[in-house]
Unconditional design. Structure first.
Length: 442
């Protein structure tokens, strides 16, 4: 099989479908200091509802916390990296250095504080966060560790403003939020395992094939190393996490990639775009060849056809993407079929457009109008680009958007400015959730 370049070194034995089929990295502590606690013990220690006192304290102090949210998040992550090495495998260090992860964490806490008296309003965010956490195989006891470190970070940043009463209120609120996430994540883990071909945790897959599908974009086909005749069920538009160990130290976090193959096949496919200085993308493209091992999570994610179901089962859909943001659209086109009234994509050129022919053929097969804008020929799209699509297709559709940050933000503003209902605009973030998207894997 050749050198095991992509295989984390070393790993515990995996049993397909078992509750413990997650790779443990050499050089790190196994679990946190609270790793001995099982899920039931953790859940039983968390508040089932918030007291009125906690709600009032969080609401009254949320402006102070919001003003210092990113400082608190940075202090949190600094403390984690200093004292809890076992959590490093969950964090993309480039996102840390560039501030993306602290921004996302701060945004989540601020959003939760704003809805603390109406927790159901925070449910959509819970679904997004839980999907990312499940793809990293976060466990209930990790929340207790993060709670402990977070409260210390809040006290460090707020100083005297962090009175004992405020501390008790926020502690209760964070533990309550943890319980919401744990409950949702357990449901997602169970759903993923119950699906045809499903599993829990990270599973060994072999690289069965690699194909260049555009300049600096490689499609990988993965087959499970532990089973034959398995056909994978999932929702088109979902992503898997791929875990590799480029430096041989077990400290590289998994990266998320949209599944571009269809459900019901005996393999999973992803497309990897080479990112300048991207540790994982360059490692996969340059080092992972046929027959080598990677570790893959079950598919998770909310960027699926279900987002449009709130507008009716037969609601029409428009797809708008740029760059590697085409990948979820390739998955959604066959699923949504003739519900798609328009599929538009922006790329540098036909040579950089992943699966260009597949996109165009899908447009023909699905009775879809397709529009492609090449920046190498026509320059960057204007601010009115998305609005011009509304002029062609009309505003009353569900709009799915995926691409770089500036593209997505501009498109959303343009769409709402010409009358598209904001609740019918759905987007996928390639990066930490609840913050602007970043077209990077590192």
């Amino acid at each position: 099989m050749g050198a095991q370049v992509c295989k984390p070194q070393p790993c515990c034995p995996l049993q397909a479908g078992s509750e413990n089929d997650v790779c443990l990295q050499n050089g790190l502590k196994v679990g946190s200091s609270l790793g001995f606690l099982d899920a039931a013990s953790v859940k039983s220690s968390l508040p089932k509802e918030l007291t009125a006192t906690a709600v009032v304290l969080v609401r009254e102090t949320s402006p102070i916390l919001a003003a210092h949210a990113e400082d608190i998040a940075r202090a949190l992550y600094r403390r984690i990296f200093e004292t809890h090495l076992e959590l490093l495998e969950f964090f993309n260090m480039a996102n840390q250095m560039m501030g993306r992860q602290p921004q996302a964490f701060a945004a989540a806490i601020v959003a939760f504080a704003a809805t603390v008296d109406q927790p159901n309003r925070f449910r959509p965010a819970i679904d997004l966060i839980a999907a990312k956490h499940c793809a990293l195989f976060v466990q209930p006891h990790h929340y207790l560790t993060v709670h402990e470190v977070l409260m210390a970070a809040v006290e460090e940043v707020l100083g005297p403003a962090m009175t004992p009463a405020v501390g008790v209120g926020w502690s209760e609120a964070i533990l309550f939020l943890s319980g919401m996430l744990i409950e949702r994540e357990e449901a997602l883990y169970n759903e993923a395992k119950a699906r045809n071909g499903g599993w829990r945790g990270f599973r060994r897959f072999l690289v069965a094939r690699r194909e260049i599908v555009a300049r600096d974009v490689v499609e990988f086909t993965f087959r499970p190393a532990d089973a034959r005749g398995v056909y994978f069920d999932f929702s088109p538009g979902q992503f898997v996490s791929v875990k590799v160990d480029p430096d041989g130290d077990g400290l590289t976090s998994p990266r998320h990639y949209t599944v571009t193959s269809s459900p019901g096949l005996p393999y999973l496919q992803i497309c990897v775009k080479r990112i300048k200085n991207g540790k994982v993308s360059n490692f996969l493209i340059d080092k992972c060849t046929d027959g080598q091992e990677v570790f893959v999570s079950p598919p998770f994610g909310t960027f699926t056809s279900k987002l449009a179901e709130g507008s009716g089962d037969n609601s029409s859909v428009a797809l708008l993407s740029a760059g590697i943001g085409i990948t979820p659209m390739l998955a959604l086109l066959p699923e949504l079929r003739n519900r798609v009234v328009l599929a538009a994509h922006v790329d540098r050129s036909e040579e950089t457009f992943p699966h260009h022919k597949r996109f165009m053929q899908a447009g023909t097969q699905c009775i879809t109008e397709t529009k492609v804008h090449y920046t190498g020929k026509s320059g960057r799209p204007t601010k009115e680009f998305a609005a011009s699509l509304v002029a062609r297709a009309g505003p009353k559709h569900d709009w799915y958007i995926c691409g770089p940050s500036s593209f997505m933000v501009g498109a959303m503003r343009s769409l709402t400015a010409v009358g598209v209902d904001a609740t019918r605009i759905h987007f996928e973030v390639f990066g930490p959730q609840l913050c602007p998207a970043h077209d990077s894997d590192d």
